[in-house]
Design a binder for this molecule. Structure first.
Ligand code: NAI
Ligand SMILES: C[C@@H](CO)CCC[C@@H](C)[C@H]1CC[C@H]2[C@@H]3[C@H](O)CC4=CC(=O)CC[C@]4(C)[C@H]3CC[C@]12C
Length: 363
């Protein structure tokens, strides 16, 4: 990037905030940053006093004209906006509208206004776990896997990713080709992770205990939010120089976080905060969990006219948590020199400190 302006739809989300802060800290050529989000965070005010012009724009990615106005004049767009809902809080139509139509609007905005580089936050969910529960064991971007989805969230991410990759090479205003690429994080953790916060509070309510539901042998891929943000910033920087290599490509987001089950991984942070995980094996038989997940889905459907019942456990979240899905790749290192910015120890310490802060702020 020369002296450049960047746009970040979704810049106020969990990942988006880290991308925004990383851009401001680590991209010396950045002169302007447009943060576009449905909900603007109060923390944005503190960023407005620095050397980079930070513009916060409240808007909706489903509104094409709002996206075009926000993106106009930027050199690169990092699109982290999305509706992350695997609990049935939003309708499938809304998830599709935000994740698919919203992404189409971002692409069209780049084309119409002449933004040449687009980085899209996709997800491991685009690949799997699939509906058949096949394991994906330390796979890479080329590992064959039957990607079959039914749930609205992975369906929407897969469609949106395809739109982004197909848009690579389209001519933008001024005649230059659009260069796009998609990053696929596994389960992101770190400061601001809502589900970690929920588990922490649940553990406190249960007298400092969490109960094992998933076998320790099921590996679930996790990646630290700071490293995911760093990958986005690096891609935004390198896309121009390496357009032929990187354009139209997908990259898993990875770092040195250990391979563990979802629950054992969370305990890396929750144990130092005083919680313990009860049981070396799941306390309930799997068939009972399947039954409870199905019951939750039924209750959600029955209660919908009266209230929103959206518990953590449903058939989809159980299937994801209970299916091995881990990545092992060096594609990002080979293509654009990515190395994790934060070691595992550092990522762990930062996350623990944040959970401890959650504790003191809620007392
Ligand atoms: N959290 C995770 O473990 C993973 C997340 N991802 C992807 O990363 C991206 C960011 O996810 P998170 O930061 O976790 O979610 P988040 O919900 O914290 O952030 C999403 C942001 O998008 C904004 N947004 C939602 N609908 C919008 C709309 N209609 N118009 C404008 N802005 C809108 C939200 O206000 C929020 O600030 C998403 O695309 C998600 O699919 C991918 C892999 C894993
Ligand atoms: C069965 C429960 C017993 O404790 C545990 C339920 C945990 C689930 C809520 C999570 C397990 C795996 C998570 C998903 C995974 O990390 C991949 C994801 C990628 C995304 O792009 C969005 C978030 C998510 C779907 C993530 C959501 C929460 C889990 C299903």
């Amino acid at each position: 990037m020369g002296q450049v302006a960047a746009g970040n739809p979704g810049g106020c989300g969990f990942l988006g905030e880290h991308v925004v802060r990383m851009l401001l800290q680590r991209e010396p050529r950045l002169c302007e940053l447009r943060i576009f989000d449905l909900h603007l965070g109060p923390w944005l005010d503190e960023l407005k006093t620095g050397p980079v012009r930070v513009t916060a724009i409240q808007g909706d990615v489903t509104q094409a004209h709002e996206v075009a106005a926000a993106v106009a004049g930027t050199h690169v767009v990092i699109h982290t906006a999305g509706l992350v809902d695997v609990f049935g809080k939003a309708s499938p139509e809304t998830i599709h509208e935000v994740n698919v139509q919203g992404t189409q609007n971002v692409i069209e905005a780049c084309v119409q206004t002449g933004t040449q580089f687009l980085v899209y936050t996709s997800s491991m969910e685009v690949v799997g776990p699939n509906v058949k529960g096949h394991p994906f064991y330390r796979g890479n971007e080329d590992t064959p896997y039957e990607a079959v989805h039914r749930h609205p969230y992975p369906c929407s991410k897969a469609l949106a990713e395809r739109l982004v990759l197909e848009a690579n090479g389209r001519k933008v205003r001024g005649g230059l080709p659009l260069v796009t690429c998609a990053l696929r994080p596994t389960g992101i953790y770190g400061e601001g992770h809502q589900i970690m916060r929920d588990f922490y509070h649940q553990g406190l309510r249960l007298g400092g205990r969490l109960f094992r539901a998933i076998p320790a042998s099921v590996e679930h891929g996790r990646v630290y939010v700071g490293n995911v943000a760093w990958m986005h910033v690096l891609v935004a920087r390198e896309l121009e120089q390496r357009a032929a290599l990187m354009g139209g490509q997908v990259y898993f987001c990875y770092d040195k976080s250990p391979y563990k089950s979802y629950e054992d991984f969370n305990m890396e942070f929750l144990r130092p905060c005083g919680l313990r995980l009860v049981g070396t094996r799941p306390l309930l038989p799997y068939w009972l969990l399947v039954f409870l997940a199905a019951l939750n889905a039924l209750l959600q459907w029955l209660l919908r006219p009266l209230l929103l019942y959206a518990p953590l456990l449903n058939p989809y979240t159980l299937a994801v948590a209970n299916t091995t899905f881990t990545v092992s790749t060096n594609k990002a290192q080979r293509h654009f020199g990515y190395e994790p910015l934060f070691s595992w120890e550092d990522s762990r310490t930062r996350t623990i400190r944040w959970v401890q802060g959650v504790e003191s702020s809620s007392q």
